[in-house]
Write a protein of this length. Structure first.
Length: 405
């Protein structure tokens, strides 16, 4: 006997089939046992199975739980003042060079207690969960020394123990350069510390499942990122990269050489980078919230990514400076409206392709036997409404490991 049988629903399994890219089962049912999906199919096919609880969904649509595969959720303070600066004409680079940007959040984060960081992050996490998110990636990157970076990852891990959500920790020590290490020997020493001290310590403690970096003119060079990636590989951690956000530094090609799980942002991606990503199986994570908040004009080359066969994921990029965004439905709408994704691509972008970007497609992101029973029940008439409504409320029901949460 199963724990649960979900019936009277239409299911988007996200298991692509010929002529059915989202793997849609109309008038379907889902069997759940031990927190995992045991069977999904037409309602008539599952009619003979028994369960301790039968949940009739009244013709609702069911998708996998949403996966927010790029966030900076743990931080101190806000950067609301930068919103006003940008309205007055300041660019991302102008704000960073004036001591704002990431450096400002580093100061506020270092000044906050672990309890303050945990509770402010929890409020943001709850908003994402209410929107249907069941898996959230959380990056460090606002500590910039070993103890501070590990503190942020410990906060993220603690929240995951306390809430019905899957937290995926990512070490992003190569996010920005500390104020005291902007150039010369001090800069070299910071990169060396990331490679030789931070990454091994985080790997030993099991605090992160990947290592990320920011390859950009205002951040780290390709040569510096290579040192970080080499260390990550030596310590058994896959890599990801903030790439081609403000300029083309050939970060996507670098990421592909290291078989990166994802390259993120990609507004300035070139064709060589797209081809390299496709060959390496690297997912493109597009972040429309940052594009919107920064009032950017150059869009990521979606057609190029499609033509190259690069999987496209989308995420909130929730952070205090460039994407103060907490609504996953708005991300899907923005991806369609601003970047030209189809509603189907947006849904895949926050389910199966987002799971791929985290290296977790074997566990989450689709509705198929053996995977975690993380589900969203949507009271909508058509699946395309998920990319249509602007900031619609979350699902009528959110299930994590088979239980309402």
């Amino acid at each position: 006997m199963w724990d649960r049988l979900i019936t009277d629903c239409h299911v988007a399994t996200m298991v692509a089939q010929p002529g059915n890219p989202l793997g849609i089962f109309p008038n379907a049912a889902i069997g759940i046992d031990g927190g995992r999906i045991v069977r999904v199919g037409k309602r008539t096919e599952l009619a003979g199975f028994r369960a301790r609880e039968v949940v009739a969904c009244g013709g609702a649509w069911i998708t996998p739980g949403l996966v927010d595969c790029h966030t900076h959720l743990v931080f101190g303070g806000t950067r609301a003042n930068e919103h006003a600066m940008r309205r007055a004409g300041a660019t991302y680079e102008d704000i960073a060079k004036a001591g704002g940007g990431i450096a400002s959040t580093v100061g506020a984060t270092r000044a906050a207690s672990a309890d303050q960081l945990r509770e402010s992050a929890r409020r943001r996490l709850h908003a994402l969960m209410e929107g249907g998110v069941t898996t959230v990636e959380i990056k460090s990157g606002y500590g910039l020394d070993t103890a501070a970076e590990m503190r942020l990852l410990n906060v993220a891990k603690a929240i995951g123990r306390e809430e019905p959500v899957r937290i995926v920790g990512t070490l992003l020590a190569a996010h920005a350069l500390p104020a005291e290490a902007k150039e010369g020997a001090a800069r070299d020493a910071y990169v060396k510390m990331i490679a030789e001290e931070m990454i091994p310590a985080v790997a030993r403690a099991g605090l992160a499942t990947s290592v990320d970096a920011f390859c950009e003119t205002i951040a780290f060079t390709a040569q510096e990122v290579e040192k970080v990636f080499t260390a990550a590989r030596a310590n058994g951690l896959p890599v990801r990269l903030h790439a081609e956000q403000l300029s083309n530094q050939k970060g996507a090609e670098l990421a592909a050489r290291y078989k990166a799980l994802s390259a993120d942002h990609l507004e300035h991606l070139g064709s060589a980078g797209a081809r390299a990503m496709a060959a390496a199986g690297t997912v493109a994570v597009l972040l429309p919230g940052a594009f919107y908040a920064l009032n950017e004009k150059k869009k990521p080359p979606v057609d190029m990514l499609r033509d190259a066969g690069v999987p496209i994921a989308i995420a909130t990029d929730c952070n205090p400076g460039t994407s103060p965004l907490l609504n996953p439905q708005l991300v899907m709408n923005m991806a369609c409206t601003l970047f030209g994704l189809t509603p189907e691509e947006a849904i895949a972008g926050m389910t199966i392709n987002a799971a791929r970007a985290l290296g977790l497609a074997h566990e989450i992101g689709s509705i198929e036997a053996g995977k975690a029973a993380d589900l969203c029940v949507w009271q909508i008439d058509e699946l395309s409404e998920l990319g249509y409504w602007i900031g619609m409320p979350g699902p009528a029901r959110r299930m994590f490991a088979g239980q309402d949460a």
